[in-house]
Design a protein around this ligand. Structure first.
Ligand code: KIV
Length: 256
């Protein structure tokens, strides 16, 4: 297997569709890596899926650095992208640079941050400093309070034009790929055709260069999932049954 990197991801556009996912610890990162997942995102979705929060907003740099370290120690061939948590790049570009550097030093191959035109200057500075950036436009979950909920974006022509302009701005700034989250499929297709960089869709239909799924959704560890999710396993009942058998066997003196 080859080690995925910025060059190989860029080269995949138009040639190979990439099924990518999140992971937050060494155990699942090793399994995803062995299965050939090209890009593992240490997403701030660890807030909802691992840390028990309602949103991604409380995730901080310590959470991120610990998870990026764990995932990158396990991933040999997958590219590891560290998501910049809310607050780590909103309080000034110097602080954002220091936090991006810390994520790379913890083992990530690239960082991801949310926003379009508004973060294009920061993306330009990061890429000039040798920090590859995977951008994120459309529905950006760190703006949940501004949206008043996790709502599909780009539904009107005017809103669609803004998402398209954001995607072009992050490409122009040097991002090597861009996440398109929860936007209409036709808009994702239009953006994918308009950009030279890889688009990674989630809830954005099939016409993207790559897809994300949150690991806990893909594996069926989350029983309630968004409608666009496909579960490739149904682990929650299996895990619950295993815990339950263990407790019962110990109670009955059957184990050990
Ligand atoms: O944190 C996350 O899981 C994400 C998704 C777009 C995959 O940002």
């Amino acid at each position: 297997m080859k080690k995925w990197n910025v060059a190989t991801v860029r080269a995949a556009k138009g040639r190979e569709k990439l099924g990518c996912c999140t992971a937050y610890d060494s155990c699942f990162a090793r399994l995803a890596d062995e299965a050939g997942v090209p890009i593992i995102l240490v997403g701030d979705s660890m807030g909802n899926n691992v840390l028990g929060y309602e949103t991604t907003l409380p995730v901080n740099m310590s959470d991120t650095l610990a998870a990026v370290g764990a995932v990158s120690r396990a991933a040999r061939d997958s590219m590891v992208v560290g998501d910049m948590p809310f607050g780590s790049y909103q309080c000034g570009d110097d602080e954002a640079m220091r936090n991006a550097v810390a994520i790379i030093k913890a083992g990530a191959d690239a960082v991801k941050l949310e926003g379009g035109k508004s973060v294009s200057g920061l993306i330009r500075r990061m890429t000039a400093a040798g920090i590859p950036v995977l951008a994120h436009v459309g529905m950006t979950p760190q703006s949940v309070n501004e949206y008043g909920g996790f709502k599909k974006q780009g539904k009107t022509r005017e809103a669609a034009e803004k998402v398209l302009a954001d995607a072009k701005a992050v490409e122009e700034a040097g991002a090597f790929a861009v996440t398109l989250e929860c936007i209409p499929s036709e808009l994702a297709a239009e953006i994918t055709a308009a950009l030279r960089i890889v688009t990674v869709g989630i809830g954005a239909g099939p016409v993207c260069d790559a897809q994300w799924l949150v690991m806990h959704d893909l594996l069926g560890l989350n029983e309630r999932t968004p409608s666009f999710v496909k579960k490739y396993a149904d682990l929650a009942p299996l895990v619950r049954a295993a815990f339950s058998s263990y407790v019962n066997e110990v109670r009955k003196g059957e184990f050990p």
